[in-house]
Design a protein around this ligand. Structure first.
Ligand code: URA
Length: 206
């Protein structure tokens, strides 16, 4: 696919019919956030609410993602948020390899335009597509990989954290590590960690 500017890319993506997911979608979920940001979060694919509203991470997992961002003093304006596939897989099944492959040029073009210094993969599907095909989220989340002038890290998907609250303390460590990396790269707004909020979210170890 020839590289496009933001507006052309968004238009092309929103009229895409390259895979079967277009038949059941209500909206293409292109991406949201700051197009100047150097921090990119990549999820798996839209869920029900995202499909209905056309915006990534606006359902329950999105609410948790916003909370996770806020405990390291980030908002959606500090980053860009996109997905591996832009259309909802029926009943929230995993996107198939072929669907991922057809959709990947859109994300690849978004990455080109953003030129992020840090890419955080949310969950296994994004990590296997962007970091390594055999990536194991349980053992490799939180690990930093430096590749082609860019830092990559994966954390548990917020949906996994909704299903299993015992994964949350490890995710807090990953968030701290992200904040440390932002600081290292001079990308950090330096304020404290919201302890009360961290407690409420079950991200405390003590
Ligand atoms: N889960 C994802 O991976 N992406 C979304 O946009 C919403 C839920």
């Amino acid at each position: 696919m020839e590289k496009m500017d933001w507006d052309t890319l968004e238009l092309a993506c929103k009229s895409c019919t390259q895979c079967g997911l277009c038949a059941t979608r209500h909206n293409v979920v292109f991406g949201v956030g700051n197009r100047e940001a150097k921090l990119l979060f990549v999820g798996e694919g839209p869920g029900e609410q995202e499909d209905l509203q056309g915006v990534p991470f606006v359902g329950p997992a999105g609410k948790l993602l916003d909370d996770m961002l806020s405990i390291i003093d980030l908002t959606r304006e500090d980053c860009y948020i996109a997905n591996i596939v832009k259309c909802r897989p029926p009943r929230n099944r995993d996107p198939q390899q072929e669907e991922q492959a057809m959709c990947f040029p859109y994300l690849d073009n978004q990455i080109d335009l953003l030129d992020p210094q840090i890419i955080v993969c949310l969950g296994r599907i994004a990590a296997q597509k962007l970091i390594a095909p055999d990536f194991r989220i349980t053992s490799q989340h939180g690990n930093w990989i430096h590749r082609q002038d860019r830092w990559y890290m994966a954390m548990y998907h917020p949906s996994a954290l909704l299903r299993d609250v015992y994964k949350r303390p490890e995710t807090f460590d990953d968030l701290l590590s992200l904040r440390e990396k932002l600081r290292e790269l001079g990308m950090c707004k330096d304020t404290g960690i919201g302890y009360v909020q961290r407690r409420e979210l079950g991200m405390c170890k003590d």
